[in-house]
Design a protein around this ligand. Structure first.
Ligand code: GUN
Ligand code: ZN
Length: 436
C-alpha cells in the first residue's frame, strides 16, 4: 500500500489573525507576524509562525509562495447576503417595503428559470471570491432549484456556503408564493440533498414574519429544531414601517423578535439580519438563546433603515457578524462594508477600531455562525481559507500607507479605502480561487 503524504504548501508575508474579540480581550486578541509563514497541509492549517522559525519546519523542496509586502488574513465571512438580488444592487429611491415590491420580487421571480439561477449563482460566487469572501450565509429564492444552483456553484469552488429556500406563503405576489406544506416538504428534500455535503450547510429561511402564515412559521420552527446542525436565517426589526406592520399582524407578541421566539425560531445557528429596532429585552433574549445578529451597514444606510447599536449588543453578549446584504447592500466588499459600519457607528456615537472591525469580518463572523472551530483564524486544524491584501492596491492607498506608522493605522486605511482592488488573491482550502 502506498502512503503518499498529504500535500503540503506554505505562504510567506505579513500575517494577522484573531484569537478572540479585541473589544473584550485586547491586546491578546490577535497574533501578528511582520514576516510570517503559514503552512498548509491537505487544505488545513498545519502551523503558523515567524518566517525565521518556520524554515526548519518545512521540507527542503517546499518554498513558501512569496507574498512579502502584502497582508495575509483569514477569508472574510459574510453573514447575510441575497444571491438572487445581484442584478438589482443599486436600485433607486425606496425604503424596505416598497423596495421589495418594486425591485426585489420581480428580480426573484426570474429564478424560476434554472439556467438564469445557475448563471447568477456562478457570477455571485466569483464576485464573493474576488472580494475575499470565502464563507457566506445567503438567501436563495422561493424556488427549490435556486438553492440547488447556489449550492452547486459553491461546491465547485469548495466555498463554505449556508443557504436555504425562502419560505413565503402570504403578503407577496402569487408567482413567488409557496404554501406551508410545500415549503416544508421542499426544505426537507433540500436538507437531504445538501446539508453537510462538503462545506455546505442548510438554513431554514422564513423571509421575515410578515410573509409567512402562522402555520408556516410553526413548521419552520419545528424543522429547525428537528435536525442537528441546521441553521435558520431571517430578517427582524429593520424598518419602522415593517415593525408597525408586525404589531398589527401579531398584536399578542411583546415585540417583533418575540414573534420568532414564539415559533421556536431563536437559538444557536439562528441568524437575524439588521436588528435595528430592538429593545434591551430583545437583545437579552438573543444573547440568552445564542441567536446571532448580522449587522448590515451599507443596506441600513441605503434603505434609510436606521443605525445599528453595536455597543449594546456587545454589552449584553449577543453574537454579531457582518453582512453585506446585497442587493439592499451596495457592495460585495467586506472592506467597504467595514467602511460604512464605521460611519453608522459614528452617527450613533460609537467607535469601531480597525482591530474590532477585522475581527468582525473574520473570527467574529465565524463565531456568529458557530463555525469558529473550523474557520475564522489560522489555528492549527482550521480550514485554510485566506486572503492576500495589497496595501498598495491604488496610488492613493500607497500614498496614505506611506504616511502610517502602526498596524492599527494601516488596518484602518485598508478598511476605509479598500475594495475588490485590494484583494490580490483569495485561497479556499489552501488552493488559489481568485487572483487579480
Ligand atoms: N426583509 C425581508 N426581505 C428582505 C430583503 O430581501 N432584503 C432586506 N434588506 N430586508 C428584507
Ligand atoms: Zn437581507
Amino acid at each position: 500500500m502506498s502512503c503518499t503524504p498529504p500535500p503540503l504548501s506554505a505562504v510567506r508575508g505579513e500575517i494577522l489573525h484573531f484569537l478572540s474579540d479585541p473589544a473584550v480581550d485586547s491586546p491578546d486578541a490577535w497574533e501578528h507576524f511582520a514576516d510570517g509563514v503559514l503552512i498548509i497541509r491537505d487544505g488545513h492549517v498545519a502551523e503558523l509562525g515567524p518566517a525565521a522559525d518556520m524554515r526548519a519546519k518545512l521540507p527542503s523542496d517546499i518554498t513558501p509562495a512569496d507574498q512579502r509586502g502584502r497582508l495575509i488574513m483569514p477569508g472574510f465571512v459574510d453573514t447575510h447576503i441575497h444571491y438572487a438580488q445581484t442584478d438589482i444592487i443599486a436600485s433607486y429611491g425606496e425604503q424596505l417595503l416598497a423596495w421589495l415590491e418594486k425591485y426585489t420580487f420581480p428580480a426573484e421571480a426570474r429564478f424560476a428559470d434554472t439556467a438564469h439561477a445557475a448563471t447568477v449563482a456562478n457570477f455571485f460566487c466569483d464576485e464573493l471570491l474576488k472580494n475575499g469572501t470565502t464563507t457566506a450565509m445567503a438567501f436563495a429564492t422561493v424556488h427549490a432549484s435556486s438553492v440547488d444552483a447556489l449550492f452547486g456553484a459553491a461546491l465547485k469552488r469548495r466555498m463554505r456556503m449556508i443557504t436555504g429556500k425562502v419560505l413565503m406563503d402570504r403578503h407577496c405576489p402569487d408567482f413567488l408564493r409557496d404554501t406551508a406544506e410545500s415549503g416544508d416538504a421542499e426544505s426537507r428534500a433540500l436538507i437531504e440533498r445538501w446539508h453537510g455535503r462538503d462545506r455546505l450547510l442548510y438554513a431554514v429561511t422564513p423571509r421575515f414574519a410578515p410573509t409567512s402564515t402562522p402555520e408556516q412559521m410553526d413548521l419552520a420552527g419545528r424543522l429547525y429544531a428537528e435536525h442537528p446542525g441546521l441553521y435558520l436565517q431571517s430578517h427582524v426589526a429593520e424598518n419602522r414601517g415593517e415593525v408597525e406592520w408586525i404589531a398589527q399582524l401579531y398584536p399578542e407578541a411583546r415585540s417583533y423578535l418575540d414573534v420568532y421566539d414564539r415559533f421556536g425560531q431563536l437559538g444557536e445557528r439562528s441568524v437575524y439580519a439588521h436588528c435595528i429596532w430592538l429593545d434591551r429585552a430583545d437583545r437579552e433574549r438573543m444573547a440568552a438563546t445564542g441567536s446571532a445578529i448580522s449587522f448590515c451597514p451599507t443596506s441600513n444606510l441605503f434603505l434609510g433603515s436606521g443605525l445599528f447599536d453595536l455597543e449594546q449588543a456587545r454589552e449584553l453578549g449577543v453574537r454579531v457578524g457582518l453582512g453585506t446584504d446585497v442587493g439592499a447592500g451596495t457592495s460585495f466588499s467586506m472592506l467597504q462594508t467595514l467602511n460604512e459600519a464605521y460611519k453608522v457607528l459614528q452617527l450613533n456615537g460609537q467607535r469601531l477600531s480597525a482591530e474590532r472591525a477585522f475581527h468582525l469580518a473574520t473570527l467574529g463572523g465565524a463565531r456568529s455562525l458557530y463555525l469558529d472551530d473550523r474557520i475564522g483564524n489560522f489555528l492549527p486544524g482550521k480550514e485554510a481559507d485566506y486572503v492576500v491584501l495589497d496595501p498598495q492596491a491604488t496610488p492613493l492607498m500607497a500614498r496614505r500607507m506611506a504616511n502610517t506608522t502602526t498596524l492599527a493605522e494601516r488596518l484602518f486605511v485598508l478598511m476605509m479605502l479598500g475594495d475588490d482592488r485590494t484583494v490580490a488573491e483569495t485561497h479556499v482550502m489552501g488552493k488559489m480561487a481568485w487572483r487579480r
